[in-house]
Design a protein around this ligand. Structure first.
Ligand SMILES: C[S@@+](CC[C@H](N)C(=O)[O-])C[C@H]1O[C@@H](n2cnc3c(N)ncnc32)[C@H](O)[C@@H]1O
Length: 251
């Protein structure tokens, strides 16, 4: 069977419970902090943060679209992603793909309910959803205590570069370095990136661009370490989580 390939960067989001496993941080750990999630996609994390009293902002170019446009795109992207997984040799860690898929529908629906009220033009718009694209974020330096970025960097490098898409749709190394520099600029304490691995390959292991990204982050005053995330979709051979902390002593 062929390797997993995705047709494009998909508008596909995880639940807040999945986010907690990805980042190894519960909502309680984030109390009192200002959080950035970029890309937020149609994940239910931002809504869950606000329900828990946490000041969190989700950024994604898709936030410029209407609820109906996002629902259409989100449903199609769940369908296309599952079809790509099923027609590849990638195995989901979950023995129950239907539950796994249902969680993505659940995340999308929670997101849409939250976005309809609190997104641009909603009756309770509080600025929690912002339409913008890396590598340009419309925020002041160090405006977030913690910044999270899942399932964009590394994942959407080209297949030749350890990612999931063909080169015409891929994010190159220059984009990665600019994006990480921008995420670092707006981060006061800590930036977390996931998954920092080679996708859908037997080789697995850290993504080849972890080294240049670590170098860039160190040059910006961050200490960088790798941990294994608690989140395992089964699509990669490891679950490396990159954690960059500002102002810590370099090793
Ligand atoms: C697979 S989703 C990840 C969503 C969420 N972080 C998660 O892990 O469930 C990838 C997202 O990246 C967004 N995206 C694409 N290009 C981007 C860019 N240049 N800057 C920020 N987000 C981008 C897409 O719109 C899509 O919502």
């Amino acid at each position: 069977m062929p390797r997993l390939r995705l047709p494009r960067i998909v508008f596909f989001g995880r639940t807040a419970e999945e986010y907690a496993r990805i980042w190894k941080l519960s909502l309680a750990d984030l109390a009192g902090l200002r959080i950035l999630d970029c890309p937020c996609g149609p994940a239910s994390f931002i809504g869950a943060c606000h329900d828990a009293g946490i000041d969190a902002i989700g950024v994604d170019p898709m936030m410029a679209f209407t609820v109906e446009e996002m629902r259409r795109t989100g449903l199609k992207d769940i369908e296309d992603t599952m079809a790509a997984i099923e027609s590849s040799d990638a195995g989901l860690a979950s023995s129950d793909p239907e539950t796994w898929t249902a969680e993505k529908h659940q995340a999308l629906e929670h997101f849409l309910v939250d976005f309809r009220r609190h997104g641009p033009g909603g009756d309770a718009d509080d600025g929690r959803y912002v339409a913008a694209s890396l590598p340009n974020l419309p925020f002041a330096d160090q405006s977030f205590d913690m910044a999270f970025s899942a399932h964009l960097l590394f994942s959407y490098a080209s297949v030749e570069n350890g990612g999931l898409v063909e080169s015409s749709k891929a994010l190159d190394l220059a984009f990665h370095l600019d994006a990480v520099t921008e995420l670092a600029r707006v981060t006061r304490q800590e930036l977390r990136l996931f998954p920092a691995v080679i996708m859908a390959s037997d080789e697995g292991g850290p993504h080849p661009w972890v080294d240049p990204i670590r170098d860039r982050l160190r040059s910006l005053g961050f200490e960088v370490r790798m941990e294994s995330s608690d989140y395992d979709e089964g699509l990669t051979t490891s679950n490396a989580l990159l954690i960059a902390s500002r102002g810590a002593v370099e090793d």
